[in-house]
Design a protein around this ligand. Structure first.
Ligand code: AMP
Length: 412
C-alpha cells in the first residue's frame, strides 16, 4: 500500500470540490478542512480506493461524504453509494451530515438500520435512493428481500471498520462486499488498523492509498485527561464528588456492561434529574428519544456502554467519565473522542481505576503514549487503600469514615 500525505492543505477550495459543495460548506460554517479532510478528499475524488485512519471527532464523516456527493450522478435513480456503519446512531449521524452537505443538491437518501420499521426504508429505496447508509444486518435483510440492488454501485464506504469487525460484522460485511460490482471504489475509515482490518482491506480493496492522520492526535490533545484512584465500593460517591467539583455542562459516563449501565442509571436517577442511559438492549425508539434529549440538553448525564456510546456525536459534551476502566485500550481513545471536538473547546476525561486495575491503566498510557496524572479531590478520599499507581503527589490521608454524599448530590 502506498502512503498518502497527511500535511493539511490550505482550504476547502484547494481540495478539488465543486462550487456547489463549497457553498454547502459555507452554509454549515466549515471554514477550514480538518487533517483527514485535507488528506482524504483529494485522493478519494480521483476514484481510487483509500484507507483513512482517523477517529470520530476529526471530521472523518465529511471526508467521505463530500467525495460521495461529488461522484454520484443525481440523474441516475438507483443506489450509487453505500455506507456501512457499526451502529444505528452512527448511521443516523452520517445520514444527517450527508444531507447537510448535499445542501441544495436533490440527492435521495435511505437510512437503513435495524430497530426501525423496514417498510419506510423499502419505500425510500424504491423511490430511487442514491445513497444508502446503514448497519450491515439490515442491509443484508434488504438484499435478501431483493429490495436493494447494488448492481449500479459506484462507492462503498466501511465506516469505523475496526469497530464493525470487533462486534462481529465480518461475515455480513464480506457478504455485502461480494454483492458489490468489482468496478467500484472502496473507502475504509478506521481509528485503528489491527490485523483483521488489514486483511479485509487486502482482500476487498484495490491497491488502497493509506492516509493516516491518527498520529496528529487531534482529539486527544484537546482533552485534559486524569485517572481517579477509587475503591470499588466508593465509585458512586466518588462520581458524585467529581460531578460536584467539575460541574460538567454535559457528560457521558461509560460503563463496561449493559447491566452495569442500568444499575448506575437506577441509582443516579434517584439522586439527580437529567440522567439517562443508552445501550444496545434498549428498543430503538428509546435510544432515539434519549439521543434527542441529550442533543437538546435535556439530558445532562448520559450513561452509556461502548458500542452505543462511541457513535455519539454531540458537540456540547464537556466531560467523559470512565466509571469502569475500558476493556480495550482502543475503547479508551474512542470514549474520550466524544469530547474535545473540532470546535476546539476543551474537554475533560476521567478514568476510575481501582487498585486491581493498575495494569489496565498502564496499558492505556502505553496506547496513548502519555502518563495520566491522578485527579485530586479537595478534602475527599476516593480510596482508603493505596491507589492503583503511586501518585506524583503523596497520597491523601486515609479516612476511616464513608464520606457523606448527600451534600454533593444536592449541589450537582
Ligand atoms: P466526525 O468526526 O465526522 O464525527 O465530525 C465531528 C464533528 O465535527 C461533527 O459535528 C461535524 O459536523 C464537525 N465538522 C466536520 N468537519 C468540520 C470542519 N471542517 N469544520 C468544523 N466542523 C466540522
Amino acid at each position: 500500500m502506498s502512503q498518502g500525505s497527511s500535511e493539511p492543505v490550505l482550504g476547502f477550495r484547494q481540495l478539488g470540490l465543486s462550487p456547489d459543495r463549497l457553498k454547502a460548506l459555507a452554509n454549515v460554517n466549515y471554514e477550514v478542512p480538518s487533517s483527514i479532510q485535507s488528506a482524504f478528499i483529494p485522493e478519494a475524488l480521483t476514484g481510487r480506493d483509500c484507507i483513512g485512519q482517523a477517529r470520530t471527532g476529526t471530521g472523518k464523516t465529511a471526508a467521505f461524504c463530500l467525495p460521495i456527493l461529488e461522484l454520484i450522478d443525481e440523474d441516475e435513480p438507483h443506489v450509487q453509494a453505500l455506507v456501512l456503519t457499526p451502529t444505528r446512531e452512527l448511521s443516523a449521524q452520517v445520514a444527517a451530515e450527508c444531507e447537510k452537505l448535499a445542501f441544495t443538491r436533490p440527492v435521495k437518501f435511505a437510512c437503513c438500520v435495524g430497530g426501525k420499521t423496514i417498510q419506510r426504508q423499502i419505500d425510500d429505496i424504491r423511490r430511487g435512493a442514491q445513497i444508502v447508509i446503514g448497519t450491515p444486518g439490515r442491509i443484508i435483510d434488504l438484499l435478501t428481500r431483493r429490495v436493494l440492488s447494488l448492481d449500479g454501485l459506484k462507492i462503498v464506504v466501511l465506516d469505523e471498520a475496526d469497530r464493525m469487525l470487533d462486534i462481529g460484522f465480518r461475515p455480513d460485511i464480506e457478504k455485502i462486499l461480494r454483492r458489490c460490482p468489482t468496478e467500484r471504489q472502496t473507502l475504509l475509515l478506521s481509528a485503528t488498523l489491527p490485523g483483521p482490518v488489514e486483511r479485509l482491506a487486502h482482500r476487498y480493496m484495490r491497491d488502497p492509498l493509506r492516509i493516516d492522520v491518527s498520529a496528529n492526535q487531534v482529539v486527544v490533545e484537546t482533552v485534559d485527561q486524569y485517572y481517579v484512584s477509587v475503591d470499588g465500593d466508593r465509585k458512586l460517591s466518588t462520581l458524585a464528588r467529581l460531578l460536584y467539583q467539575e460541574r460538567p455542562r454535559q457528560a457521558i459516563v461509560f460503563c463496561r456492561t449493559k447491566r452495569g449501565a442500568d444499575a448506575l442509571h437506577n441509582r443516579m436517577s434517584k439522586k439527580l434529574p437529567g440522567v439517562a442511559a443508552i445501550h444496545g438492549d434498549l428498543a430503538q425508539n428509546v435510544r432515539d428519544r434519549v439521543m434527542k434529549q441529550f442533543r437538546e440538553g435535556k439530558v445532562r448525564l448520559l450513561i452509556a456502554t461502548d458500542v452505543v456510546g462511541r457513535g455519539i456525536d454531540v458537540t456540547s459534551v464537556s466531560h467523559i467519565i470512565n466509571y469502569d476502566v475500558p476493556e480495550y485500550c482502543d475503547d479508551y481513545v474512542h470514549r474520550i473522542g466524544r469530547t474535545g471536538r473540532l470546535s476546539g473547546e476543551a474537554g475533560f476525561a476521567f478514568t476510575f481505576v481501582t487498585r486491581e486495575e493498575g495494569e489496565q491503566l498502564t496499558n492505556i498510557e502505553i496506547r496513548i503514549n502519555k502518563l495520566l496524572p491522578q485527579y485530586q479531590f479537595d478534602g475527599y478520599e476516593s480510596c482508603r487503600r493505596p491507589p492503583a499507581k503511586p501518585a506524583v503527589a503523596p497520597p491523601a490521608q486515609v479516612s476511616a469514615t464513608e464520606p457523606d454524599e448527600a451534600e454533593e448530590w444536592a449541589a450537582v
